[in-house]
Design a protein around this ligand. Structure first.
Ligand code: ITT
Ligand code: MG
Length: 197
């Protein structure tokens, strides 16, 4: 079976990529599973594209193989787009999903449902040695809930209600999330590339 390295240390993302790529008979390997130690990549870009490219290109250079990276996040309209590229470290560098969620809910205290519009974004970068990096972007529209609900998924899933649903992303099964998520919409655009790996 073909293998593809995914430049992520996020277990939630890694699991989703495994499910997606298994459909094409490809084994997705996250950085948590590589035998060699890989350094932490500093995500010091100013856009999702820059950060995705930093992760994909640096790991591809080390491994001398094609590498896919995902830079993603939550964009909340009434917070001027925050947490945005800072989604993973919104409540501080040492923060965790719980602290990030609490910070968002705090900042939205008193904000009515019609002003709680948000979207997840996923920017994928595929770095291939000696070729230009490829980028694909996917979105998932929704609203920020008033309380955290559900245990599935990761990150901000417990406070994100996708458009057309009354449940949070963390109350959906992984199969349901993977049909509507920002990550799914980005990967879908890679189908042709995946078939030619
Ligand atoms: O950089 P890697 O190692 O891939 O892992 P990370 O968690 O740091 O990933 P990002 O830098 O791309 O930050 C994205 C953050 O956005 C949030 N996020 C992204 N996709 C999400 C999803 O599908 N559901 C919920 N939250 C998500 C979550 O808090 C992530 O930590
Ligand atoms: Mg990161």
């Amino acid at each position: 079976m073909q293998e593809l390295v995914i430049a992520t240390k996020n277990e939630g993302k890694a699991k989703e990529f495994k499910d997606f790529f298994a459909r094409y008979g490809i084994k997705a390997l996250s950085l948590l599973e590589l035998n060699d130690e890989v350094p932490d990549i500093e995500e010091n870009g100013t856009t999702f594209e820059e950060n995705a490219a930093l992760k994909a290109e640096q790991i591809s250079a080390i491994q001398s193989t094609p590498v896919l990276a995902d830079d993603s996040g939550l964009i909340i309209d009434s917070l001027n787009g925050r947490p945005g590229i800072y989604s993973a470290r919104y409540a501080g560098v040492q923060s965790n999903d719980q602290a990030n969620i609490e910070k968002v809910l705090d900042e939205l205290t008193g904000v009515p449902i019609e002003k709680r519009d948000a979207r997840f974004i996923c920017v994928l970068a595929i770095a291939i040695p000696n070729k230009p990096t490829i980028f694909k972007t996917g979105f998932c529209e929704g609203k920020i809930a008033f309380t955290a609900e559900g245990k599935n998924g990761f990150g901000y899933d417990p406070i994100f209600i996708p458009s057309g649903y009354t449940k949070t992303m963390a109350q959906l099964s992984s199969g349901e999330k993977n049909k509507i998520s920002h990550r799914y919409h980005a990967i879908q655009q890679l189908e042709e590339w995946i078939k030619n790996i």
